[in-house]
Design a protein around this ligand. Sequence first.
Ligand code: M6R
Length: 617
Amino acid sequence: MCGIVGYVGPKSTLEVLLGGLRRLEYRGYDSAGVSVISGTGLDTRKKAGKLDNLIAEITNHPLPDAHIGIGHTRWATHGAPTDGNAHPHIGGEAAKLSLIHNGIIENFYELKAELVEAGTKFASETDSEVAAHLVAAEFEKTGDLPTAFTNVVKRLRGAFTLLAIHEDQPDVVLAARRNSPLVIGLGDGENFLGSDVAAFVEHTKRAISVGQDEIVILRAGEIEIRTFDGAPVTPVEFEVSWDASAASKGGWSSFMAKEIADQPQAVADTLMGRLASDGSVRLSEIDGLSAEDIKNIDRIIMVACGTASYACDVAKYAIEKFSRIPVQVELSHEFRYRDPIVTPNTLIVAVSQSGETMDTLMATRYAKEAGAKVLAICNTQGATLARESDAVIYTHAGPEVAVASTKALVAQITAGYLLALFLAAGRGATPKAELARLGKELLQMPESVAEVLDGLEGIRQLGKDMANAKSVLFLGRNVGFPVAMEGALKLKELAYIHAEGFAAGELKHGPIALIEEGQPVIVIVPSQRDEDSLHPKVISNIQEIRARGARVIAIAEEGDNQVGDYAEHVVFVPKAESIFASLLTVIPLQVFALELSTAKGLDVDQPRNLAKSVTVE
Ligand code: M6R
């Protein structure tokens, strides 16, 4: 949570900082602030609420031209989202140091007590302000900013990315990273810092990921990286593949609407170069896992949170079916703290769009310590998860800006299917001819996803018409079950209404008691065409809820000649291999939530209380 940006160079610092904050606003939007150093010294502006409030504040109280500065967009942890608690925080009586923070300083209470005892006055309720005062005091003692900064960060516990500037050393931005993301952008005579590459991708595509417990001393023409213990670090540069325009709305009403429309491309790009027409899968990125490692896997545990965990649920069905390796799906935060059984033959598959979700990072670190290999499925280059894993399958969804995940999910599901086919071939668990047939079906999916997007008028209208719904239930079986849970999550986070996703078979074990006259239920109906199809069972479930007054909306396969008799409204999606159908059936649910939320006048890109990337536990 929280987005941070830093800049030193000849450009207008304010423009760079505000542009970076605009791209990072998805990380938190409780408040925003900037500090710059100019010929007249340190200046700070900060404001509660979204970035636009800060921009209005700067318009009313302009900042001087400057060539160095830091900016922050906040997701509140310690202290309410007020002007006073907004970052940057100013340190020292002389008020010459400015600091921003992403994360939580766990020992702030003791440190604050120490400062209060020494007479320091605090202007906020945040943990972050402690670091600002400590660095200012240490600088007064040592007279050297990097030394002062290092001495302080070594005292901090918890998770933090810190950026600091000081009026007396106006050519340098200091940064430190522990358990929280930080990336450097390399320019020509200018350099950038950001929580992720989106902060600076419009200025440079050359980047360096900062490692755990490292300090960056950033000047316009020079970058030095050291460990907290002072050892020099040789940086490894990488090229950002995201295009700056991919992170803009491009004429769409919201980032979410654009990202929904991007989904055929996200699926195609994730498959590209990996799946051949004979069904063989090449995953060169997973060279970190040897053929021996793959043969030895006796169990896969998939860890993730939120929407990414539903991608894991879908992948479980495919991996078990095709490779016959047992798969367990775990919410990262539950897995990490329940003493799970992990052995060197367990493969951990960690799925995360951002690659910075702290719960997932903690789960994978725990598993690595227990001797397991970790394979990441991740959308963000240079992310911590990618760097800390033994191998990575990058999803190529491009930057996802809306807080509600859409295209990242379909890319994760696609990567899960690829992994399933890859493992099936590696283990000889599915005949080659069948793998070739499945491969062809999977290659068809980008086109089918595009077709779904063309036929959504009905569900759009339903979303608008149901703006006053108090509760919506979702039912599905097999891969339709995680899709149902995802539909419910989308509605909760975007429209703030009660929604639950159930396995349709579970209905009679309790949830059917929720059904009363007029209760909307969206049902994911499986294909009729399979030999062992679950279609008749789901039709029975529909009849059971209809008999009790439910208003049924079905998502069904084209050509389904029964569902129309039982559902009030049917959204048809193209024919597909049953197990791959999740890529299609999830899309009407995303659009339904988008429309319903928009009809309620809510902000679909930045729903209340949320942040895109949850970098605290
Ligand atoms: O970046 P990650 O994929 O690790 O994020 C995981 C969840 O926080 C995320 O999917 C969240 O549930 C979304 N807001 C759902 O739309």
